[in-house]
Write a protein that binds this ligand. Structure first.
Ligand code: SF4
Length: 352
């Protein structure tokens, strides 16, 4: 059997691993051992799993292997943000971003090669869609960056995970949920629900399903509080309008301590007026949310502009006066195109 027909052990859930091991006559607990080898020890070869018997390793070799995405380049921004370009086994590439703040290092993962949601302010969306990432390829971004961090080539340890890179995570639902499940294993990568945030453009039925399947924090890329403007900016709104999106958010398990985050990119003269702020207050109503205001990061290929500081402050203060929890976030890594909506696949032969 060639490697391309074999199963990549990374990206199999515990239940799937146990099933594969049962198929070669091995006990369920062997799956726990394999998980520790893959995600705690980060081994790259089945041979390194020294507490498995020789015969078990031989049988594993017959139908499986340990896949690996390759880091092809790395860029460092002035603010310490790092962007990694990973090449997948079939040659496609995705970008992963490590954002260092005072006491946290957040890893922003990609979930698709490209994206088919077509948000007008997003370079990923403009580059089209190539394919879904497998759970293995999503999880491996964490493993490979952890390796780079541990080898001293990048600062900090990964404290938080956000699914906010290339792609709409809920458009790759099954693989994303499996990847989240794997990242949460206590004997593996050990990311608690609190430290994982999935960001969606608003695929309403999948938000409901996500809440029923797994516990992670939710962020919504909102960007407009009226349907006409949101449909212009984000085509998903034509399928699931604001009423449908808000209904899905209300059904999502949340508490005052674990609120849903609404991300609102501020575009000059488009969604930054006090009328827009008033519509946002009305839309949110009594739903316990955090509003994350992100002044747009201008880019030569995009027609949008960043509002002036006065406008940003006025918008923020209006929300605060109406008792909303608001944060203003500066996009990180803008000088290396690592900011929100700036990630894309490398074009063959083009420097990244
Ligand atoms: S903002 Fe997100 S969902 Fe929209 S096109 Fe970009 S990657 Fe896709």
């Amino acid at each position: 059997m060639t490697e391309s027909c074999k199963l990549n052990l990374k990206g199999l859930s515990r239940a799937e691993l146990a099933e594969q091991l049962a198929g070669i006559g091995k006990e369920r607990y062997r799956a726990d051992q394999v998980i520790r080898w893959l995600y705690r020890q980060r081994v790259t070869d089945i041979e390194q799993m020294s507490n498995l018997s020789r015969s078990c390793r031989e049988r594993l070799h017959e139908f499986s292997y340990i896949g690996r995405i390759e880091c092809r380049s790395e860029q460092l921004a002035d603010d310490g943000t790092r962007k990694f370009l990973f090449q997948l086994e079939d040659g496609h590439t995705v970008e992963t971003v490590l954002i260092n703040d005072k006491n946290r290092s957040t890893l922003c993962l990609s979930t698709q090669v490209g994206c088919r949601m077509g948000c007008s302010f997003c370079l990923t969306g403009r580059s089209g869609f190539a394919r879904q990432l497998s759970a293995a390829e999503i999880v491996d971004q964490v493993i490979q960056v952890a390796e780079i961090v541990d080898s001293g080539l990048a600062r900090g340890t990964i404290t938080n995970i956000v699914l906010m890179g290339m792609g709409e995570p809920l458009d790759n639902f099954a693989e994303v949920v499996k990847a989240l499940e794997i990242m949460k294993y206590d004997d593996g990568l050990q990311f608690s629900s609190r430290r994982i945030t999935l960001s969606s453009c608003g695929v309403a039925p999948k938000i409901v399903e996500l809440g029923q399947r797994i516990e992670v924090s939710l962020a919504i890329s909102l960007n407009a509080a009226d349907d006409v403007l949101r449909s212009q900016l984000m085509p998903i709104n034509r399928r699931y309008n604001l009423a449908a999106l808000l209904a899905a958010c209300r059904s999502y398990p949340h508490t005052n301590q674990r609120r849903i985050t609404f991300e609102y990119i501020l575009f000059a003269d488009l969604n930054d007026s006090l009328d827009d702020a008033r519509r946002l207050v009305e839309l949110v109503g009594s739903l316990p949310v955090k509003i994350n205001l992100i002044p747009f990061n201008e880019h030569p290929e995009l027609p949008f502009k960043k509002p002036g500081q006065k406008q940003i402050t006025a918008f923020m203060e209006y929300l605060q006066r109406h008792h909303l929890t608001v944060m203003t976030r500066r996009s990180k890594g803008a000088d290396i195109s690592a900011a929100c909506g700036q990630l894309r696949e490398a074009v063959a032969g083009q420097a990244v």
